[in-house]
Design a protein around this ligand. Structure first.
Ligand code: UN1
Length: 495
């Protein structure tokens, strides 16, 4: 542990008005203090917004390709620091080292991708219906954006927002989850080193929802991009609409994998294990439901349960570990309470179901990978987002039934189907009402060059990441220019 992690405002690492701090402890071993972080008050947010406002005047005019070059350098630095960042992330939030390396990789991908956007960011030139008149559309920045990010992807999700927001010419106030403040600070340090001018990116650390809400609704900001729970996102979005701020929220999921009778069963089992228990089930894309064709239901359950039992819990830096801890005590209790609810509702607990407090797990928030079978579609464990290592298996009669089960949720982030029948895959692709559909692959691992996000209560506003309809739509607004060089009054639409 070295020193106190500070706020970054107007190009300086600074203390906070409250004089208070909070601790970050390793969720795999709470005896390990990972760091101490400043706890911001409202005055610190005010300072950060003010700095972003001031910096906006020149940053918006700084050429986009040059903004892109800074991001490119940040990508290079992230690549150099990948191992160290991955290790820090595992200590700070618990997920296993190969996955934290993947998290950093996703940020590198985003940096390079958005660096390229600096030389595109294109609009259109379109013919006018009148003589001697031209028309064009262009993307312009929004102003000051607040970015509020969760702990499960400590570097990647901030990068999904920071990189497109910066290349588009916005200035930012970034409030990361207080469970991953140190990783967030490292990302900001890297962007500073890459040459970001002062005030363009400001970082405030705080614990609890109050400061995030204060920032999101701050009169000095123009837009909010949030990733987190549906409950918080919906509240935030409603406030932003009232206040006239542009808003985008990535929220919950109750994602499902369909396993058809013709599927490669071993592959489907691997996909269900990876989607259900990867990141300890703490992804918005996690496969928390598996909907299995009745003809392969028993054999799938047999293989899946065996595979889940084999998973080794422990510290994510130990290479023998498959599954790390959940993030904190509150989350552990929430997941355990869902396991109790599932049992009471009559689902059959096939494996797992308990906290683990032995051996490598003695001082952390560990929960055994848990599989429920005989789950009915109306049960809470089949409907509510648990965000932990708990998978509900449901039985379907045929493809139509399976699709209906998958779509019968308030969420719509990701779905997947395992089948070797090309016609079935085409029908699933058309009918599954989710922002992302995988065929013969699990629900996790979206790539950054495509829009990321979901339907229904999984998302409000714009998609994240790259591609048409991705994050540039969130972080820019369209401006249309008509130029009349005829020297006379010309009237459109008038004969
Ligand atoms: C999240 O869990 O909030 O597709 C994001 C995936 C990752 C991103 C997950 N690329 O699982």
């Amino acid at each position: 542990m070295s020193g106190v992690t500070k706020n970054y405002i107007d190009g300086k690492w600074v203390d906070v008005s409250t004089g208070e701090t909070f601790e970050i402890r390793n969720p795999a071993d709470t005896d390990e203090l990972v760091g101490v972080v400043v706890k911001s008050g409202k005055a610190d947010v005010d300072r950060a917004v003010q700095a972003a406002r001031a910096a906006y005047k020149s940053w918006r005019l700084f050429p986009a390709p040059k903004r892109g070059e800074i991001l490119f350098r940040a990508g290079e630095l992230l690549l150099q620091e990948k191992q160290a960042l991955g290790e820090l992330e595992t200590r700070e939030m618990g997920k296993v080292f190969p996955e934290t390396l993947g998290d950093v990789r996703e940020a590198i991908d985003m940096a390079y991708y958005m660096a390229g956007e600096g030389r595109r960011l294109s609009g259109e030139t379109i013919p006018s219906e009148l003589m001697d008149k031209d028309c064009k559309s262009m993307r312009v920045p929004l102003g000051v954006c607040s970015l509020i990010t969760p702990w499960n992807f400590p570097i990647a999700i901030p990068a999904w927002k920071i990189m497109p927001a910066l290349v588009s010419g916005n200035t930012l106030v970034f409030k990361p989850s207080s469970y991953t403040s140190i990783a967030a600070s490292k990302l900001v340090e890297i962007l500073e080193e890459a040459g970001l001018p002062q005030g363009v990116l400001n970082l405030v650390h705080a614990r609890g929802e109050e400061i995030g809400e204060y920032l999101a609704t701050h009169p000095g900001t123009d837009a909010v991009s949030f990733t987190g729970s549906t409950a918080v996102g919906e509240k935030l979005a409603a406030r932003c609409v009232e206040l006239g701020k542009k808003v985008s929220c990535e929220m919950g999921g109750k994602n499902a994998i369909i396993v058809m009778d013709d599927a490669n069963l071993d592959l489907a089992v691997e996909g269900a294990v990876w989607g259900g228990f990867g990141t300890t089930g703490q992804r918005c894309t996690a496969a928390s439901r598996v909907v299995v064709h009745r003809d392969v239901y028993d054999s799938f359950l047999d293989l899946f349960t065996k595979a889940a039992r084999k998973l080794k819990l422990g510290n994510g830096l130990d290479e023998r570990t498959d599954v790390g801890p959940v993030i904190n005590r509150v989350q552990m209790e929430k997941v355990l309470s869902y396991i109790e609810i599932g049992t009471k509702e009559g689902a059959k607990l096939l494996t797992g179901g308990k906290a683990c407090r032995e051996g490598a797990c003695a001082r952390g928030y560990f929960i055994e990978p848990t599989v429920f079978s005989d789950v009915a579609a109306e049960m809470r464990i089949a409907r509510e987002e648990i965000f932990g290592p708990v998978v509900s298996v449901l039985k379907a009669n045929d493809l139509e039934d399976a699709i209906a089960i998958v779509n019968d949720t308030k969420y719509g982030l990701v779905s997947s189907i395992y089948t070797r029948d090309v016609n079935k895959s085409a029908i699933a692709e058309r009918e599954l009402d989710t922002g992302i559909v995988y065929i013969n692959a699990s629900t996790i691992g979206a790539e950054i060059q495509l829009p990321f996000g979901g339907t229904k209560k999984s998302g409000i506003g714009h998609r994240e990441a790259g591609g048409k309809g991705g994050a540039l739509d969130m972080f820019t607004k369209w401006k249309v220019i008509y130029r009349d060089y005829s020297g006379k009054l010309q009237k459109a639409q008038i004969d």
